[in-house]
Structures are given as C-alpha cells and as structure tokens.
Design a protein. Structure first.
Length: 457
C-alpha cells in the first residue's frame, strides 16, 4: 500500500478515538452518497462491494462511467464524496479533476490510479484533491474508514468556514475598528471599520508591523505611544488605551480614539497575538466640549456667563489675598435698552448686545473677564488692580467706546451705559457682597443721569 494511502488510514484510526467536542456533531454515523466515476467496471465493482458492506458505513453508491454524465449528476447535489479515475473515455489527466473540482468545490475528491500514475495523482492533490487510492488495494478494510475520515474532515472544514464567514460578516458590520496581530506584532487582520478609520487597506499592510497602521500618541503631549501592543505581548494582560489617545491616520491627520488591547490566546492559554478594538470619539469629544462651553458661556455674545464669572471671581479673591492686591467689579446696565427692543425688535436688540460685548472686550486686559449677566447687564472683573485709578480708567474707556453709533439692522443706533464699581476688599469680603454693592453703585449712576460711573464707596 502506498504512503499516501497509509496516511489516510492512520487518520481514520485516530478519528475513531476520542473526538473533540467541537467536531463531534459531524462524526455521527449517517448515510453518505459516494459517486464513483470510472469506466473500469471491475474497479467499480470492488469499490461498491467494500463500501456497501463496510462496518464503517453505511454508504449509498452511485457509479458513472464518464465525466460529462458525472458533471450533470453533480448539478443535482446530494453527493458527499467522489472517487474518480483520471483516465475516462471523455477526459483524461489532471484536467478531469479540475473540471470536477470546479463543478463541486465543496465535495471531497479522491483519485484512483495505477502505480505508474502516482505522479498524476500527486499533481491532483496539489490542485485540491483530498488524496488518492492505488488500484489493487481497493478491497482493503481501511478504505471505508479513510473515506469516512475525509467526509468528516471536509464537513468540519465547511463548518469552520461558515463560522469564519459569520465572524467576518459580524466584524465588518460593527462600527468598532478591529486589528489583529501575530506574536511578532505583525498585522494579520483588519476589519472594514479599521480600514476606514486608519485609511489603510488590508492588502496594503497585512504582514507589516502594527505601528505602521496603529500609530498612536498622547493628544495633550504629542508623545508617541508605541508600547501598548508590545506591552500586551510581553505582559499578556489586557490594557485600555490612555485618555486623550490620538490615532495618526495614513494621510497624517489625527483622530481621537478610545479602545483596548487584549491578548489572543489558544485553548492551552498560550498567547498567539493581540487584538486591538477602538473607535472614533472625535464627535463625542467635540459635543462634550460644546456642552461644556454652552454651560459656561453666553450663547448670544459668547462671553463668560454668570457661572463662569463667579468661578473666576472666587479664584481672583484667593489670588488677591495671597498677593495682597485688590480687584474690582464693574456692573454695567445699558441705558434705555428696553426702548430699542420695543421699537426696533429683539433681532436688532441682539445685534446691539453683540456690538457692546465686542467693545467692552476691547477695553480690558486679557487677564480680565467681561461677562454677560443676562438681559442688558454686563459684569467686568478686573483682577489685581493697584488702586481705584485702574477701574476708573477702564470705566472712562468704556463710556468713550460706547459713544460711537452701533450698526444694527439697516441703520445705526446710539446706546450708553451706567456703571457701578466695587473694590475688594474695601467693598465686600466675598463675591456676593462685591456683586451686590457694584449693582447698588450702578443704580446710583442711573440716578445721576445715566452714562456715567459711580463707586460704591
């Protein structure tokens, strides 16, 4: 018996032992249909006899004498394995196998050959045949076992292929990017989301080092972080990507990502590579930053709102105490602004508020804070002033800046403001007191005829 046959017989013996749980459902005895294709009736008779009476059966045998008829039969399905002589009346050589394989690639095929045709049989194996049987040994009792082995092995392969296909479909359906590497850190898989997010195509980078595709850095420091995959390979522990992780895409652009890196282990708990799962968080971060901004800034003028002003005022008081300096609060209320809203409409009123906010911002230092308190009220925080002369200087600048007409609607409008000033620590020991006293001083400015400023004390 030839070496190839004994290999098949040895596989049959081993399969009759303890089976893996995963494959056991494919090893149950069932009726299998075997298609024998040979013009040699004696060979066909021997094979039909040994398979029909095999203890490893049962087998249902169909015999055809030429390739063309066999191809028609395969079109109807229901064949579990093929035994074919490569010398048929209407076809010969490895082309016979190729035509069968093209017609039924999912059906395992064994070739039948004489000793002198063994090289041809080996060539067929290279083309996809499962093996070959030498004439003269067809009656051996291990032939049915070898055939059963091949059928079961093919069934397992088909099921594994289906599972792999399902996994592939699932991985390509999710929005998370998935990258896998081998033990050397070389890429062996990218799903569609990973291709879109990184900008690389699988056929461009499979086999390349992972950091070619998964190049990450810290978004705040800009320091590259090439050690994450290497760390998992060495430590065999899952890790989450650091906060503020930035992915450098193929085109050099940066994308904020979140994700994790985990080891891939086999059933013996031996690490075989790593899997990186990550997703784009740029939109989420931008939305979070926008929400934070909206919570702290006025939507119309984009000036700090009351919440942010109070925080900065408290911080300025702490700094003033530490440095033994003063600070001032300027409380502004636009004069007769209600008349503009009533006469020209709120859209024009909004344009006036935006114009006022720009002029106020131009009157102070970058370290100072101009805030819209609400309606037509504005508050300015002057941090670290030397004396009363500093807020007085700013108040005069504001009154002068407000004097030119403001473009609004299709024309120009005049607007003035009344300003109340309180100074820390003389006019209050905390922010609430300073605001309350500056407001009182502003009302005094209103009483004094508007378009002026008044100190609380």
């Amino acid at each position: 018996m030839q070496r190839r046959e004994w290999l098949l017989f040895d596989q049959a013996r081993r399969l009759r032992g303890k089976q893996d749980v995963h494959t056991s459902k494919y090893l149950e005895r069932q009726m299998n249909t075997i298609l024998i294709i040979t013009s040699n009736s004696a060979d066909a008779s021997v094979l039909k006899n040994v398979l029909s009476n095999a203890a490893d059966g049962p087998y249902l045998i169909e015999w055809l004498a030429d390739l063309s008829t066999a191809l028609v039969r395969l079109g109807s399905g229901g064949i579990d394995a093929i035994l074919v002589d490569l010398s048929l009346p209407d076809s010969s050589g490895v082309a016979t196998f190729d035509k069968l394989f093209a017609a039924a690639p999912q059906v395992p095929i064994l070739t039948l050959c004489d000793d002198k045709d063994e090289l041809l049989a080996i060539e067929a194996v290279q083309h996809g045949a499962q093996g070959y049987l030498s004439k003269g040994h067809f009656a051996h009792s291990l032939v049915p076992q070898a055939l059963r082995n091949i059928i079961q092995r093919k069934a397992v392969e088909e099921e594994l292929f289906k599972e792999k296909s399902r996994a592939q479909i699932a991985l390509n359906s999710i929005t998370d990017a998935v990258i896998c590497t081998d033990l050397s850190g070389d890429l062996n898989y990218l799903n569609k989301a990973a291709e879109l997010l990184t900008g690389w195509q699988s056929d461009e980078v499979l086999g390349c080092a992972v950091d070619k595709v998964f190049s990450i850095s810290n978004g705040k420091t800009g320091v590259p972080d090439p050690q994450s995959v290497e760390f998992v390979l060495q430590q065999r522990e899952s890790v989450a990507l650091n906060e503020n992780t930035i992915l450098v895409r193929q085109d050099g652009s940066h994308t904020a990502i979140e994700g994790s890196i985990a080891p891939i282990k086999d059933r013996m708990e031996k690490i075989r590579g790593v899997v990186v799962v990550f997703h784009d968080v740029s939109l989420a971060q931008a939305m979070a930053e926008k929400m934070i901004h909206l919570a702290q800034y006025d939507f119309l003028t984009d000036l700090p709102n009351r919440l942010l002003l109070n925080d900065r005022l408290n911080q300025a008081i702490i700094l003033s105490n530490r440095n033994a300096t003063q600070l001032a609060i300027l409380f502004l209320d636009l004069d007769n602004f209600k008349h503009i809203n009533d006469s020209w409409g709120h859209a024009v009123g909004d344009e006036i508020l935006q114009s006022v906010s720009q002029r106020l911002s131009a009157c102070v230092r970058n370290s100072d804070t101009v805030s819209r308190r609400g309606g037509d009220e504005f508050v300015i925080l002057l941090s670290e002033i030397k004396d009363r002369g500093d807020p007085e200087l700013i108040a005069n600048k504001i009154i002068a800046a407000m004097a030119p007409p403001h473009a609004a609607g299709k024309g120009e409008l005049q607007i003035t403001t009344s300003i109340g000033i309180s100074v820390y620590p003389a006019d209050g020991e905390d922010g609430d007191a300073l605001m309350r006293n500056a407001d009182a001083a502003m009302y005094e400015a209103k009483k004094q005829g508007r378009n002026n400023y008044q100190f609380f004390s």
